[in-house]
Design a protein around this ligand. Structure first.
Ligand code: BES
Ligand code: MN
Ligand code: MN
Length: 463
């Protein structure tokens, strides 16, 4: 057995226990009640980086939650890998759907994870995946095989849009200088079908408010005579897709990158079973843009989805009321070349234009970001591919993902480097959902694969 495998074998129980401890801290970035817990998590991450052999480890204050930075510079002639991850997590609700409390990790086996999986909020997104890098670093420094320079930047605001990290990156270009950025915050196809994420979608997120009468009204006395904001909002939202599920906002598709038939044929080779997909979600049919496969709909095509809608009376029993206001949160997933700020403007103009007389509307943009693509001829991709081939015994499949990590395109713009997305999660990990989990197999495979990425990247950099 080689040193990587024997180190993991000898230390895996400790690795798992340390991750369990990290998962116990509820680092919910969206909820200000958890500010201290987020800070405590940053401190725990700092300590773990120091123990893994990083130097100059610091907690960098921001206007929001802090960023943890650490590095190990061996020699300025060697390449530098910047590892990015996030220690913040999504809110865990709805709590009653969890089989065990979200911040009391338990290990249980599942069909997909006969070796067991850790169930906790953040297990896969992203504490578990981020921690693979910390343990891989520990492995490389303790076994004397760190081949190049490393910088770690672990933030606490990814789940709320990374706006303070953007400022930090712009202000610390020299400190963050690197040859490649490495992130494990995505997934792969299956445990026996490794894949490397080569694309992320962009995002535009807005909140809309529709106001009708100046107060809630009796729905008998006024019903039928004034615009009901919820009725109107529902109709406006419904009109944003046509009968082919194309988005109707003028100009929305103007910059969308159209893939060639060859590229689409290449994509279609990735294994995908529609029946299993439907079964896993308990749905009798998929639904989406005409002319595109399910996989294309979730990767190379943009979307518009309502994430939440409310207004009027939603309490127990019935209340006969025409509400004064209706609200919705809407996200648009974007593909390369669509500019998120332009899409936000197009949405706003269209939403204002289709609002009928009798209501007023307000659109408030939240966060957003650009999509991203990694070219597979980049040496970082090749190094990752070689690393997976060694540890999985199969060449990984390049695959674009439907999710977003908006900071990645900003890294490219500000730091001029490409990002390699070595994700070890599965779609079935239930990230952002109740019962999020991360396979022990995936966690350990990540720790095994990462040092090989470092080795191959350093080798390919010399060529
Ligand atoms: N790690 C995810 C993104 C992801 C997951 C990409 C799986 C690809 C595969 C990340 O933490 C996330 O949730 N991003 C948000 C965007 C952010 C601005 C809140 C998303 O995609 O909704
Ligand atoms: Mn994430
Ligand atoms: Mn997330």
């Amino acid at each position: 057995m080689d040193t990587i495998q024997s180190y993991i074998k000898a230390n895996k129980d400790r690795f798992i226990n340390e991750l369990v401890e990290l998962l116990k801290i509820p680092s919910i970035s969206a909820d200000s009640n958890y500010k201290n817990e987020v800070l405590n998590t940053a401190q725990a991450v700092k300590l773990s980086l120091e123990r893994a052999g990083c130097e100059r480890v610091e907690i960098c204050e921001t206007d929001g939650h802090p960023i943890v930075y650490g590095e190990k510079i061996i020699h300025t002639d060697l390449p530098t890998v910047l590892v990015y991850g996030h220690y913040d997590v999504q809110p865990p609700d709805p709590l009653d759907l969890w089989h065990s409390p979200p911040f009391e990790p338990v290990i249980q086996t599942t069909d997909k994870h006969p070796e067991g999986a850790i169930f906790a909020r953040g297990a896969s997104d992203d504490k578990g995946q981020m921690f693979m890098h910390v343990k891989a670093m520990e492995l490389m420094t303790s076994t004397n095989q760190l081949p190049c320079n490393v910088k770690f930047m672990i933030e606490g605001e990814e789940e709320v849009g990374s706006s303070n990290l953007s400022i930090f990156v712009k202000n610390h270009r020299e400190k963050l200088k690197n040859d490649v950025i490495l992130i494990s915050d995505t997934g792969m196809i299956a445990n026996d079908t490794p894949s490397i994420t080569t694309g992320l979608r962009g995002l535009s997120y807005v909140e809309v408010e529709v106001t009708g009468p100046n107060r809630d009204l009796h729905s008998g006395l006024y019903g039928g005579a004034v615009a009901n904001p919820i009725n109107i909002l529902s109709k406006m939202i419904a009109s944003m897709h046509d009968e082919n599920n194309h988005i109707t906002i003028p100009g929305f598709y103007d910059k969308v990158e159209e893939l060639s038939d060859m590229e689409r044929a290449e994509m279609a080779k990735a294994p995908f079973n529609l029946e299993n997909y439907k079964k896993a979600l308990n749905i009798d049919a998929v639904h989406g843009e005409a002319g595109y496969s399910t996989h294309e709909r979730t990767s190379i095509r943009p979307t518009l989805d309502v994430n939440g809608i409310w207004g009027g009376y939603t309490g127990e029993g019935a209340k006969t009321v025409i509400p004064s206001k209706a609200y919705a949160k809407i996200s648009m997933r974007l593909v390369p070349h669509q500019n998120w700020e332009e899409i936000t403007r197009l949405f706003t103009a269209y939403f204002e234009r289709i609002a009928p007389k009798g209501v007023t509307v307000k659109v408030s943009p939240h966060h957003g970001g650009q999509g991203y693509v990694t070219p597979i001829d980049h040496i970082g991709y090749q190094a990752a591919s070689k690393a997976y081939t060694d540890t999985f015994g199969k060449t990984p499949i390049p695959q674009r993902s439907g999710g977003s990590i908006p900071i990645v395109s900003l890294f490219e713009k500000e730091l001029k480097s490409k990002t390699i997305l070595m994700g070890f999660g599965l779609d079935s990990d239930a990230i952002h959902s109740p019962n999020e989990h991360f396979g022990i197999f995936n966690f350990l495979k990540g720790i095994e694969t990462i040092p090989l990425f470092f080795k191959y990247f350093t080798q390919l950099s010399k060529e």
